[in-house]
Design a protein around this ligand. Sequence first.
Ligand code: ADP
Ligand code: ADP
Ligand code: ZN
Length: 215
Amino acid sequence: MNIILLGPPGAGKGTQAHRLVAEQGMIQLSTGDLLRAARSSGSEMGARVAAVMDRGDLVTDEIVIGLIAEQLDKGAAGGFIFDGFPRTLAQADALGELLASKGEVLDAVVEMRVDDDALVERITGRFTCGDCGEGYHDTFKKPAKEGVCDNCGATGSFKRRADDNEESLRTRLLNYYRDTSPLIGYYYAKGLLRRIDGLGEIDEVAARIKTVLNL
Ligand code: ADP
Ligand code: ADP
Ligand code: ZN
C-alpha cells in the first residue's frame, strides 16, 4: 500500500509515519529528512537548499522530485509512506507518473487536520534524537528519562531544527495554505482523500489512521 500523509508543518506526519513503519513494515519517504541529510552530508545540492529551508520556503520541484525518484527506484515491499511530499500540484502530478511507471498506484491520502494554534505549540516544542530520529515534544512527548532517548538509549543527542522558530513557521504555514492545500481538492477528486482529526493523543490519532486505511 502506498499512502501520503498530508498536513501542515507540525500536524504529526513524521510521528505517525514512524509508527506505520514500526507496525506495518512500510518505508517512510520524507523529503524534509532527505533534504536535511543532503545538507549534513555537505553535498553541493545540500548547500544550495540550506537558506531556502531555514527561511521556510519551498525547495524547487525539480530537486524534491529527483530525490523521490531515486528512492522509488530502490522499491519497497511493504509500500511507501510519503511524508511532506508532494507539496505542490506539480509534485503531485510527478508522483502519479513515477508510480505509474513502476506499475504502482497511490492507495490513499490521509489529511491530518490540526488547527493553527496547536501547530505553533507543537512546532516550538519539537526536538528529535540525532542518533535514531525518534521525535519528541517538550510537553506532549517527553522522554521517560531526561536527556535519554527512549528508543535507542542515546544520551545528549537531542537536537532542535533551525527552522522550528516562529518566523520560519509563519512562512511554512503560508506556503502550506498557498501551495499545498490545493492538493486536498486534487486528491478528493481522485477519490483518494481520507480526512482525520489530528488533535488528541498520539495513540488516538494512530488509531484513526488505521481505521481509514482499513488496517
Ligand atoms: P515539516 O515536518 O515541519 O512540515 P519538513 O521536514 O517536511 O517540515 O520540511 C522542511 C523543509 O524542507 C521545508 O520547509 C522545505 O523548505 C523543504 N521541503 C521538504 N519537503 C519539500 C517538498 N516536497 N517540496 C519543497 N520543499 C520541501
Ligand atoms: P510533522 O512531521 O507533520 O511536521 P511531527 O510528527 O514532527 O509533525 O510532530 C510535531 C511535534 O508535535 C513533535 O514534537 C511531536 O512529538 C508532536 N506531536 C505529534 N503528534 C502529536 C499529538 N497527537 N499530540 C501532541 N503532540 C504531537
Ligand atoms: Zn534515539
